[in-house]
Design a protein. Structure first.
Length: 497
């Protein structure tokens, strides 16, 4: 009798627990409700600024729709029949890009995880690279993986240029072979530029022994290699960055300073100066550092993105120290608001002591530095000079020679792929003449047309007429084509201060 009573009570308790559990609202309903509320308040702000009655009516209708909307499970059904439910919580997440539409690609192709789960922990287990699928550790699975249609994405293709994941891993910015080589030579370890033991595709942070037991070995790894590193390393935050200023303690300050360069994302996901997310996904909180501004890939990479690492200050390789540029506060302010004037741009772009021609500021870094310059050319270079293919003469020619051109004849030409990166580009047609670097890399955003040499910015879409050295009053020496010799006469930096 006693036993039966005990069993019955246990059974009852079990039922009560089950009922309670089912009754508790699942977390995704909160995220969705938060999203509806945020959308409503955004629409209400719009409503206040609109005068047109029709538009007002439409906005009011949208507001009512959100007010009446009930949370529900969102099943993303992919063309291959697979179902993904990530958007049930991440209802507000932006489309990552036009060429990666979520209704055909889904989320798991880049993120991994368990897309059927509606539980936060299970859904996120075994994600590729956590919140950074683009970090170089994870990129082979995410960017370099296999798409839903069975096709190879950015690795494993026949065409080498389409294997960005493999290329980027060998690029100088990933291997840091230039820095390794300079430091090793400076400390007398090598006479040549070689970096013994560094293998193609290996990133420098894992390079076992950059200074081979010298006293500075640890410091070099900690202060130099792990800084600005593309994968696993930190981007240093100057003391006057907003989040350093709001840190309450030393500990918090260093915790807040953990901004990392994450492989492909470092360039292709735009960040703001606080490295925080400002998009519509309500699960990602405003003070959660180390995120891009919104969930959006881009190839229109402005100079400020490159300058998260470049032009931040001076490196002293002998002392192994780094001094932040003195005008950093202004640079960060302008990054936040956008350069208001040409003078702002001129002073923010390079370090105060640097010399440049006008185009080195009016254009963005990627208007000059080609894919191969930036994402690698499949060679293991060990110095910046060997790596940079681009020269001033590729655009300006010399006193004797016009810039190299190529007539587009093949519809399969890689140039067609590159030109779509900015919708504002003048469309490329068969028969068009594009410029080429001396190394043979195509510059589809530079065109030659009836005596005009026109460049369209990859970032802004703005067109520039390229002045040629050929036929000009330029006093250059034909054999001195390096930027340093041109800068002796073509120096616009006097406008700096
Ligand atoms: C083409 C690859 C790709 C696809 C497809 C993709 N993401 Fe992402 N996602 C990324 C990258 C790259 C980041 C890192 C962004 C950053 O640095 O902040 C990211 C970041 C995120 C974040 C963190 C917030 C942020 O922006 O930093 C969330 C949440 C997220 N993704 C959810 C999703 C969901 C849900 C889907 C499907 C609807 C999806 N993603 C589809 C590449 C992708
Ligand atoms: C049950 C709700 C829920 C589901 C389902 C869910 N997520 Fe999340 N996700 C969250 C929450 C909440 C966060 C914020 C966690 C935090 O800040 O610690 C988050 C964060 C993320 C992040 C950023 C991680 C970080 O550390 O900042 C990514 C990327 C992400 N989710 C992707 C996905 C993908 C891909 C799926 C589907 C496979 C998915 N999520 C399914 C609730 C969910
Ligand atoms: C995460 C930090 C980081 C970001 C972001 C970054 N770079 Fe670099 N870059 C470096 C470092 C570090 C080196 C030097 C590596 C060496 O010498 O070993 C370098 C070298 C270079 C070089 C010379 C060597 C080469 O690979 O051609 C060029 C050109 C260059 N960067 C252009 C760019 C452009 C353009 C962007 C933006 C689209 C950019 N970088 C963004 C860190 C970065
Ligand atoms: C240092 C900056 C930088 C990094 C890191 C980087 N990219 Fe790029 N990427 C660029 C630039 C610059 C372009 C050229 C933009 C253009 O064509 O207008 C580009 C273009 C692309 C394109 C478009 C190609 C086309 O035809 O326009 C793809 C795809 C791409 N990158 C993938 C990747 C992947 C995958 C990674 C990581 C393995 C990566 N990128 C890392 C700077 C970078
Ligand atoms: C007008 C075209 C142009 C623009 C814009 C430009 N560069 Fe360069 N860059 C060059 C050329 C040309 C060289 C090779 C110079 C030479 O002849 O030695 C070069 C060289 C470099 C080098 C190799 C080391 C050195 O200083 O010689 C780095 C690193 C670099 N650029 C980064 C950048 C970054 C980062 C940006 C944007 C902040 C940028 N460049 C903007 C044309 C440009
Ligand atoms: C990718 C093409 C490209 C490269 C590479 C390039 N330029 Fe230019 N350059 C331009 C364009 C476009 C203009 C006109 C835009 C402007 O003046 O703002 C220009 C303008 C100039 C001018 C006339 C304006 C002035 O500064 O007085 C000079 C001089 C010049 N460039 C020198 C150089 C030098 C030196 C280099 C190498 C460090 C270089 N350019 C590399 C495209 C390029
Ligand atoms: C000894 C000084 C000197 C050197 C070195 C020099 N230039 Fe010039 N360059 C000039 C002068 C002077 C002009 C004519 C300026 C004018 O017409 O206003 C000129 C004109 C030009 C122009 C045409 C600008 C225009 O607005 O029409 C370009 C482009 C140019 N130079 C590029 C270069 C490049 C690239 C180099 C390096 C390979 C170089 N210059 C080296 C002095 C020099």
């Amino acid at each position: 009798m006693k036993k039966t009573f005990l069993l019955a009570s246990l059974f009852l308790i079990l039922i009560v627990i089950l009922v309670l559990k089912q009754g508790a609202t699942p977390s995704w309903t909160h995220y969705q409700k938060e999203y509806f509320i945020e959308q409503i308040s955004k629409l209400q702000v719009q409503l206040r600024t609109v005068n047109d009655e029709k538009k007002k009516e439409q906005l009011q209708l949208e507001i009512t729709n959100y007010q009446n909307r009930q949370p529900e499970i969102i099943d993303l059904i992919l063309p291959n029949g697979k179902v993904e439910r990530c958007k049930t919580c991440h209802i507000g997440i932006e489309e990552i890009s036009n060429s990666h539409p979520s209704n055909t690609l889904g989320c798991a192709v880049c993120h991994g995880g368990n897309p059927l789960s509606l539980d936060e922990t299970t859904a996120h287990t075994q994600m590729y690279g956590g919140s950074h699928p683009g970090s170089l550790d994870a990129a082979s699975l995410s960017c370099g993986g296999i798409g839903a249609n069975g096709e190879a994405c950015h690795a494993g293709n026949q065409e080498r240029a389409n294997n960005e994941v493999d290329l980027v891993k060998t690029s100088l910015m990933s291997t840091k072979a230039g820095e390794l080589s300079v430091v090793r030579r400076m400390f007398g370890l090598d006479k040549t530029k070689d970096v013994p033991g560094l293998t193609k595709g290996e990133v420098a942070f894992y390079y076992p022994n950059p200074l081979q037991g010298r006293p500075n070995e640890k410091r070099f790894k900690q202060d130099c290699l792990s800084q600005c590193h593309q994968s696993g390393g930190n981007i240093p935050l100057p003391t006057n960055y907003p989040q350093s200023a709001t840190a309450q303690s030393q500990e918090q300050s260093s915790a807040k300073g953990q901004i990392q360069g994450n492989g492909c994302e470092t360039c292709h996901i735009l960040t703001n100066s606080t490295h925080t997310y400002i998009g519509d996904d309500t699960t990602i909180k405003a003070d959660n550092l180390n995120h891009g501004m919104i969930h959006r890939l881009t190839t229109q990479i402005p100079y400020t993105q490159c300058n998260q690492c470049h032009n931040q200050g001076n490196h002293d390789a002998l002392k192994m120290s780094f001094t932040i540029r003195p005008d950093m506060a202004k640079v960060v302010r302008d990054w936040q608001t956008g350069d208001a004037t040409w003078t702002d741009r001129l002073s923010d772009y390079y370090l105060p002591s640097e010399i440049f021609a006008k185009c080195e500021v009016s254009l963005d870094c990627i208007d000059c530095h080609t894919r191969q310059d930036v994402m690698g050319d499949d060679q293991l270079h060990t110095s910046q000079n060997d790596t940079v293919h681009l020269q001033c003469l590729d655009c300006h020619g010399t006193k004797e020679k016009l810039p190299l051109t190529k007539k587009i004849e093949n519809p399969q030409d890689l140039a067609f792929e590159e030109q779509i990166t900015n919708p504002q580009f003048p469309a490329l047609h068969i028969g068009d003449q594009i410029l080429m670097t001396a190394q043979g890399e195509e510059l589809p955003f530079l065109r030659h047309n009836e005596g005009n040499w026109i460049q369209s910015s990859r970032v802004t879409g703005k067109s520039f007429k390229i002045p040629l050295a050929y036929g000009s009053k330029c006093q250059q020496n034909a054999n001195e084509q390096g930027a340093d010799s041109c800068h002796k006469c073509h120096d616009r930096s006097a406008l700096h201060y």
